[in-house]
Design a protein around this ligand. Structure first.
Ligand code: URA
Length: 245
């Protein structure tokens, strides 16, 4: 394993919620790998790291593991856990921030105003570009599965606790590409320093899977965002051609 591969694997462990790894060998004292300030320290002699996501993980298993989740404070005010919806074998996954009021009521992601815009964007762009897919053909989920009170941005610990399930969803689906909607999902999956206006429209990588960053549909709903709207449509066009051509 190269140093880069080890780093990537350790980052995956971190995303899955692992904090410490001990390597035991008869010749060497156990080496401890610690999480430090959000990054994981790496030892050079590490040879093979085991996979941590359960073998043959499925969305049904992940949903069952979430259960009637009480792992963070978001459980207090939510009505439903909004796990995700769409085609489990999809080549494309969209990741938003967290459920809003409508989503919390219906138990489905992106069904409110922002969701209707997202549906239109997917359906209309695909139709215009001659790509035979509709919203139901992709998979859609969020960083956090429970509605944050007053639609506030999820807090870092909420994103970290729930992030392990997002990681498992993405690993189980293994899409050809991921579309990150807005800066919360971008921060959850990518280690980018730039803001959304600079990082949108470009390809990034999440554990080897190409990631397109674009604006969140709620942002596009604001009246003055005509330029951003055009840019988001362009991002989607690039994404759909990459995945389905
Ligand atoms: N905004 C999101 O980020 N996700 C939803 O499911 C709905 C609105």
């Amino acid at each position: 394993m190269t140093r880069e591969q080890i780093r990537s694997q350790l980052e995956l462990y971190r995303d899955l919620g692992v904090r410490f790894i001990y390597k035991r060998s008869p010749a060497v004292a156990p080496a401890q790998f610690e999480h430090k300030h959000g990054s994981v320290s790496v030892a050079a002699d590490f040879a093979v790291l085991p996979s941590l996501a359960p073998d043959r993980d499925t969305l049904a298993k992940i949903r069952a593991d979430i259960g009637d989740c009480r792992r963070c404070r978001l459980c207090a005010a939510r009505q439903t856990v909004v796990f995700g919806s769409g085609n489990e074998q999809s080549k494309l996954v969209f990741v938003g921030e967290g459920p809003g009021a409508e989503e919390d009521e219906q138990g489905l992601p992106f069904v409110g105003r922002a969701g209707q815009l997202l549906t239109q964007m997917i359906d209309n762009t695909a139709a215009r570009e001659g790509i035979p897919i509709r919203r139901a053909d992709v998979y859609i989920c969020n960083v956090v599965k429970c509605r944050p009170p007053d639609n506030r941005t999820p807090l870092p610990d909420e994103m970290e606790i729930c992030g392990q399930f997002l990681v498992r969803q993405l690993m189980a689906i293994q899409p050809k590409a991921i579309c990150v909607l807005g800066s919360t999902a971008m921060k959850a999956l990518l280690n980018v320093k730039e803001g959304i206006t600079k990082s949108r429209g470009k390809w990034h990588k999440w554990h080897g899977i190409p990631v397109m960053v674009t604006y969140h549909p709620s942002y596009l709903l604001r009246q003055y965002n005509q330029v951003a709207k055009r840019e988001a449509w362009e991002d989607l066009r690039t994404l759909l051609h990459f995945v389905y051509d």
